[in-house]
Write a protein that binds this ligand. Sequence first.
Ligand code: BTN
Length: 257
Amino acid sequence: MLSKLRTAQVGRSLLVLEVCSSTNDVAAKKAEDGSPNGFVVVANEQTSGRGRNSRRWLSPKGGIWMTVLIRPPVGRETLSGLTQLGALSIVRILTQDLGISASVRWPNDIVTRRGKLAGVLAEARTAGDEVLFALLGLGINANFHSAKLGELNCPVSTLLEELGSPINRATLIASILTELEHLLNQMQAQRTDQVLHLLRESSTPVGRRVLVELEGRQRIEGTINGYDTLTRIRVLSSDGTIAKIEAGSVISIAYPD
Ligand code: BTN
C-alpha cells in the first residue's frame, strides 16, 4: 500500500483496515502480541475513536485514522513529546506537500484558517515506572465533508474542503510516517534544539491570546510567550507574570482570536 514509504522502521510492519473501533486499541492488542517498534495500523473508519481527555473523536469513512507503536528503548524527551512530534509531522507534510497553511495549535491540534483539521493522542502502557510501549494516534479529517461530523462546538476543516478534491490517502500516510521517523531520529540523536526550532516555526505564533484550564480547575489567561520544550510553553498574563505550562497538566486550551 505504501510504496512511497521511505523509512527504516515506521510503517514497515503495517495493518490496513477498512473499519475498526479505535486504531489505538487495535495497536495496543498488537503490541501485546509482540508487534515490532514502528508497527502502524491504519483505518478508513473508526467506530469508537478517542480524543484527548476521553472525548469522543468522530471518525467517518475517508479519514486518516492511524496509530504508530513506539517501543523502548526511546529517550524520555522523545516519549513525553510524542504528541508534539506527531502534530509536527502532520503540519510539515500538509504544508510542504499539499500547500495547506496549517499549524500546530499546542499541545495536540492541527488547525487551518477554517478550523481543526487533525488531532493527536499519545497513550502509554506502563508497569510501575517502566514504559512498556507507547501508542501515537494520529487523526486527520481527510476525504469527507465536515458536515459528516455533525454539530460541533468548534470549527472544523477537512482536506477535501481545504483542497477541493480528494487526496491520495496512501501517499499522504507514507509522507507523514517518513517525516515522523525523521523527527524521531533527530530526537534520538540529541538534536532536540532543531526539532524545537521546527515546532516554533510551525506553531501558533508568540503573542497570540490563550485561555488555559489546568488540572485542579486553575485558569490562566494571557498570550503565548514562547515554546520552552516540546511539552512546555510560557504564557504571559496581563499582570506581567509568566506561567510555565506543561502539556500533561492541560485540561483545555482555547485560542480566542
Ligand atoms: C484530539 O484532538 O483530541 C486527539 C484525536 C486523536 C484521534 C486519533 S484517530 C487515530 C487514533 N485512534 C483514536 O481512537 N484516536 C486517535
